[in-house]
Ligand binder design. Structure first.
Ligand SMILES: Cc1cc2nc3c(=O)[nH]c(=O)nc-3n(C[C@H](O)[C@H](O)[C@H](O)COP(=O)(O)OP(=O)(O)OC[C@H]3O[C@@H](n4cnc5c(N)ncnc54)[C@H](O)[C@@H]3O)c2cc1C
Length: 461
């Protein structure tokens, strides 16, 4: 049977653009449909603008630290509209680069919403239909709102926060995941009074408990007011434009903006998957097998819409692998066990592999190496910042199975630890590696004695 195209990609974000480019490069007739700006969440309203704002926020620390090094910094001020405009220029440039790369690969771009009307049929918002040998769903995810909050329409999400017309002098962040922590940390540094409210007893569920406690302390030191174990009940707009938020412990807080960072959900609503026979998880995710193919053999999915590891490099790698498998030489299985992730607070938290608690559950014997020290820069700046590093080692094989770094530039360091773990590095390999001095990273190869040892789930030293 002849199809209009070999490959129809829905969504020009991280995963979709990579899949389309690689497929077109293999000679597949490829179309990508995008309903919003080219580049997706990461480029337009995620990783990229977030990191630019994190950079902006850290000047506050630099100005404060400078005096200890002999600098006299005059009065400083921060202009939010200038940052928003500079960010906009950069993401516009990046989006154009994505567009140009797609065109150069030979993939065609259609800037319209697309839905599925059959296992091998797609309909555009304009009504035009295409038959496709393979369809890729790379539509990403959307922020979710907490249910049951009165006045929810007054709250914003990460989609709106980057372009607020007025800088929020008082910001309430709801949620405790990495996006909530990053926005709380950066807005506090830019000059907001940030209150962070979360249901859990600590931030960053899923990360190493030790590091979670240290991130919480660093945020409190930066001035963020943290309120654990409560939720917003009601948000009201006051006559002066401010928002009054009543919490579940009946406290009321007045703020200028309420940022809901309470999770994301695959963007599958109204996509028409049911017409093709694909089923969704309770969370709305498309179920795929190890080849990234759904229950319908012609429909595939990569990235956030599968709700497994919701990170840009994962979406990109999955898109690449899928295109290689469908139209190219085939693809090696993707390694999901050494994916590093970073929380871009200040300092950064980098993590890869198992937490201490997970390792203790999984292995009969575990050695933990931990160091906690004042970073060199803080000796002159007077900052109270701490650097904490932890290596989690399988006692039997001595392989490093987890690494957790709370440090300036931990994101840069953890990438390289992930390489070592991917090739199966042992503690002895780290020990045999010469240190780079004077750095914080040298501590990774100079931790001599375990600070904790576990046998059969029990701590023995
Ligand atoms: C605030 C924030 C910060 C983040 N920071 C990081 C980070 O530091 N590091 C990291 O690795 N990840 C980060 N992420 C996560 C990262 O952005 C996502 O994992 C990644 O973008 C997922 O890529 P994707 O291709 O699955 O989807 P997306 O990049 O979201 O792309 C999906 C695209 O599909 C389009 N679309 C949806 N439905 C349709 C339709 N029916 N028709 C046509 N087009 C459609 C959308 O408009 C969108 O452009 C962050 C996310 C957020 C929200």
């Amino acid at each position: 049977m002849a199809f209009d195209v070999d490959f129809f990609v829905i969504g020009a974000g991280s995963g979709g653009v990579r899949a389309a480019r690689i497929a077109a490069g293999h000679g597949a007739k490829t179309i990508v449909a995008e309903e919003s700006r080219i580049g997706g969440t990461c480029v337009i309203r995620g990783c990229v603008p977030k990191k630019l704002y994190v950079y902006a926020s850290r000047f506050a620390d630099d100005f404060a630290d400078a005096a200890g090094f002999g600098w006299r910094v005059g009065e400083t001020s921060f202009d939010w509209p200038s940052l928003v405009a500079a960010k906009e220029k950069e993401i516009t440039r990046l989006s154009a680069a994505y567009r140009a790369n797609l065109a150069a690969s030979g993939a065609a771009l259609i800037e319209e919403r697309a839905t599925i009307v059959g296992p091998q049929r797609v309909r555009l918002a304009s009504g035009k239909e295409f038959s496709a040998r393979h369809i890729l769903i790379s539509v990403g995810s959307r922020p979710t709102h907490l249910p049951g909050v009165e006045g929810l329409e007054h709250a914003i999400t990460s989609n709106e926060v980057f372009d607020l017309p007025v800088f929020p002098r008082r910001l309430l962040v709801i949620g405790g995941g990495y996006i909530a922590v990053e926005f709380a940390s950066l807005f506090q540094r830019l000059g907001s009074h940030v209150t962070q409210v979360l249901r859990a007893p600590n931030v960053l569920r899923g990360f190493d408990d030790d590091m979670r406690a240290s991130v919480r302390d660093a945020m409190a030191r930066a001035g963020v007011t943290l309120r654990f174990g409560c939720l917003p009940m009601r948000i009201e707009r006051l006559a002066d434009g401010a928002l009054r938020v009543t919490l579940s412990d009946f406290a009321a807080i007045e703020v200028d903006q309420v940022l809901m960072a309470t999770g994301r959900r695959p963007y599958t609503k109204g996509l028409g998957l049911e017409t093709a026979g694909a089923t969704l998880s309770a969370h709305g995710a498309i179920k795929v097998d190890e080849n990234l193919t759904s229950e319908v053999p012609s429909i595939h999915a990569v990235g956030d819409v599968t709700h497994r590891v919701n990170l840009t490099p994962v979406a990109v790698r999955e898109g690449h692998a899928l295109a290689d498998r469908l139209f190219g030489p085939g693809a090696k299985p993707i390694r999901y066990d050494t994916i590093a992730s970073v929380v871009f607070g200040t300092p950064e938290l980098g993590a890869v592999g198992l937490t201490e608690a997970e390792a203790v559950e999984r292995f009969p014997s575990v050695d933990v190496y931990r160091t906690d020290f004042r970073p060199m820069k803080a000796t002159l700046s007077g900052s109270a910042e701490r650097t904490i590093m932890k290596l989690v080692v399988d006692g039997a094989t001595q392989r490093i199975v987890g690494a957790h770094l709370l440090a300036c530039d931990a994101g840069e360091m953890i990438q390289l630890v992930a390489v070592a773990m991917t090739i199966g590095a042992t503690k002895a390999d780290f020990d045999a590696t010469m240190a780079v001095h004077p750095t914080a990273a040298e501590e990774l190869v100079t931790m001599r004695r375990p600070t904790a040892r576990y046998e059969d789930g029990k701590r023995i030293s």
